[in-house]
Design a protein around this ligand. Structure first.
Ligand code: ATP
Ligand code: MG
Length: 405
């Protein structure tokens, strides 16, 4: 079937009273972002629906992109016919013919914003129902949960028919909750946490710590490539790389082994907070899940959180590893995450970090390093890039990875 338009129904945002207009505007610009290379598609975000005029674009390609956009409850591809009853009848028969199997049930669901049109909604339902019952032997009408619903919208510029509705990604439009800094490693967890943050409307900016020459270019590329995967949900994402070598060397040199990790994490958090303040971020997000590894105990969180009052949000806090892996597979980050390029934490991880660091002792040990000076130096070396969908960072060595996977 050749579709003319995709009709998008909003999700939760419809309940948000006075913010509604800004939510709809944001959703409209997010949809335009993910469709940036479909210049012929026109996006019209109206008060209760969004209409995408395809102008010849392939509906299934556009719908694939839409399926990732948060704030959409569902969407239907539709065909436009002139304000003419014969044209409506023919189109309804063609749509039914595509899906009909003997014994199926259906209903017609008409809405009308054009009140000049000859038939009322009730008359249209009745008339079209009769047309289809005549055309398909064995077809039956059913009002509740029919197999096929043909939706008819009588508008001023034509009549739109659709027979299929696809589930959207739900959630809230990215950006409506404000900006958050996502601490993105190359692991399995943090990309999943980023996805969940975006699902609730957070515009994430990635903060990635890297430690050359202890960590390879590939480890950095992997974090960037993971970011590319996540652009499917929002368009472009800012990637902030922070040089962490000097800090790790200093900490390793001056801090007792059991406290290496805690002090390193405090430095990471301070830097993420400094960047959040610079860039008007409201919170820090990470991929921690309670009890998963040594740094992810409540004692450890207490000793690390100590450096800031900014909220640290942990979308994965109560998830099991298997649940996290399921989402990683669903969002297609898993295969990248398991590539064996060590990030800065693995390399400087002590063999037995304290699972219950003491807050007072952490503070004392940390006095042995120049916190302010090290931070200033790291911040001066920050590099920012906007990563767009389709960009790739790891592809040059594709065969090598194919072997690893
Ligand atoms: P992940 O799978 O996300 O790497 P993990 O299970 O390896 O997590 P940790 O190494 O304790 O757990 O890291 C916990 C969190 O700290 C990560 O989810 C991430 O948010 C942050 N983090 C760790 N390393 C880095 C890094 N190099 N750059 C930015 N953030 C990091
Ligand atoms: Mg990790």
């Amino acid at each position: 079937m050749n579709y003319d338009e995709i009709m998008v129904r909003y999700g939760e945002l419809s309940t948000k009273g006075k913010n509604r207009k800004s939510f709809i505007d944001r959703l409209g610009s997010n949809v335009r972002n993910v469709l940036h290379d479909y210049s012929e598609v026109k996006v019209h975000p109206d008060h209760d629906r969004m209409h995408l005029t395809l102008n010849g674009a392939d509906a299934s390609g556009v719908m694939e992109r839409l399926s990732h956009v948060f704030g959409i409850e569902n969407y239907s591809p539709s065909v436009k016919v002139p304000l003419d009853q014969t044209a409506v009848d023919e189109q309804a028969i063609a749509m039914m013919a595509e899906q009909y199997e003997p014994g199926m049930t259906f209903k017609i669901d008409t809405r009308r914003s054009n009140h000049q049109f000859a038939l009322s909604t009730y008359e249209m339902n009745d008339h079209l129902g009769g047309v289809l019952l005549n055309a398909f032997a064995g077809l039956q009408v059913k009002m509740k949960q029919p197999d096929i619903t043909i939706r008819v919208e009588v508008r001023n510029n034509g009549i739109f028919l659709s027979s299929q509705t696809f589930e959207g990604a739900m959630g809230m439009p990215v950006g409506t909750a404000g900006k958050g800094m996502m601490m993105l490693s190359g692991g399995i967890d943090s990309p999943v946490a980023a996805y969940l943050a975006m699902k609730r409307g957070v515009q994430v900016e990635m903060v990635h710590f890297f430690s050359p020459p202890y960590t390879s270019q590939q480890a950095l590329d992997k974090a960037m490539e993971l970011t590319t995967k996540l652009t499917a949900y929002t368009g472009k994402i800012r990637f902030i790389q922070v040089p962490f070598t000097k800090i790790q060397e200093e900490v390793k040199d001056k801090v007792p082994e059991g406290y290496l990790m805690t002090v390193q994490r405090r430095m990471m958090l301070r830097l993420a907070v400094a960047l959040a303040i610079q860039r008007h971020g409201l919170a820090i997000f990470n991929g921690e899940s309670l009890g998963q590894v040594a740094s992810q105990t409540m004692e450890s969180m207490l000793a690390i959180n100590d450096v800031t009052t900014m909220p640290i949000l942990r979308p994965l806090v109560s998830m099991d590893k298997n649940e996290i892996i399921d989402i990683a597979k669903q969002i297609d980050t898993f295969d990248l995450s398991v590539l064996p390029f060590e990030d800065c934490c693995t390399i400087f991880a002590p063999p037995s970090p304290k699972t219950k660091p003491n807050l007072e002792r952490t503070r004392e040990f940390e006095k042995r390093i120049d916190v302010e000076g090290l931070m200033a130096e790291a911040l001066a070396g920050v590099k920012m890039t906007d990563i767009k969908s389709g960009e790739t960072f790891l592809n040059q060595q594709a065969d090598v990875f194919a072997e690893l996977l």
